[in-house]
Write a protein that binds this ligand. Structure first.
Ligand SMILES: N[C@@H](CCC(=O)N[C@@H](CS)C(=O)NCC(=O)O)C(=O)O
Length: 247
């Protein structure tokens, strides 16, 4: 096989990750790096209308990041939770096959996706739900107190005494997803981030986040999105002009 043929064959076995710095593609990238899966990036120009591009909408009709295309069969997956489930099944097949572990994994994955992530989106895009500034401020305040209650539930789940992961059986796709959600809560929206979290009431989550942030694969994923410095606890912004990138 020629070198060109070899690299084509490699690319065909891998994934294509559609994303933008520090967007919902970040936990997907962390799992891709952690699992050692082959993938390449497709940068979507959020500020330049990339989410409305007809070719992108054919991959995700919602026009949201992330999208992951499996180049083995050209199948496109959207929704962070669905993508993570599919990667987790390939990365840790035994864990995903064990009924008791699978139940906990699915339950917490859906909680992260349809409760924590969905409510976080209300904080990011509050004007879509409450166009008046006063109402928007009040709504964001209410959602934030709910988010803190959700973190308390996650703290209790992490209190199993078996290590710094959400599941007692060990690391899973849940940990990077949770970590990125907690990161974004502290950083976005840019004009009203929630910089102070009550870490004294969240010691297990803090330990989990610090353990994850120390892993080379997680740091590699972050730096591929221009993120360096603190990742999850009192995190730093990416080294890009976010207003120019996200519009
Ligand atoms: N439910 C979606 C939410 C993803 C999401 O919020 N993506 C953001 C990037 S961080 C996005 O594309 N936002 C553009 C918009 O809402 O217009 C998922 O889990 O994939």
């Amino acid at each position: 096989m020629t070198p060109e043929g070899a690299s084509l064959a490699r690319a065909e076995r891998g994934y294509r990750l559609y994303g933008s710095p520090d967007s919902a593609n970040l936990p997907v990238r962390m799992v891709l790096e952690r699992a050692g899966f082959d993938y390449r990036d497709v940068r979507v120009d959020r500020a330049g209308g990339g989410l409305d591009d007809p070719a992108f909408r054919r991959l995700n009709p919602q026009g949201l990041l992330p999208v992951l295309v499996d180049e083995r069969d050209a199948a496109a997956l959207f929704e962070t939770g669905a993508i993570l489930l599919s990667l987790g099944e390939r990365w840790q097949p035994e864990r995903h096959a064990l009924p008791a572990v699978r139940s906990a994994l699915l339950a917490w994955l859906f909680f992260l996706s349809n409760t924590l992530h969905a409510e976080l989106r209300v904080c990011f895009y509050t004007a879509r739900y409450a166009p008046e500034p006063e109402a928007a401020r009040a709504l964001r305040g209410q959602v934030r107190s709910r988010l803190l209650k959700h973190l308390t539930l996650l703290e209790a789940q992490a209190d199993h005494g078996r290590g710094p992961w959400l599941l007692p059986e060990g690391e899973s796709v849940l940990d990077p997803y949770l970590a990125c959600l907690v990161r974004w809560l502290q950083l976005y929206p840019l004009d009203d981030p929630c910089r102070e979290l009550p870490w004294e009431r969240l010691p297990r989550l803090q330990a989990l986040l610090e353990h994850l942030a120390a892993q080379p694969a997680i740091q590699r994923a972050a730096s591929r999105e221009d993120i360096t410095g603190r990742l999850f606890v009192a995190p730093d912004y990416p080294a890009v002009d976010l207003r120019a990138v996200t519009g």
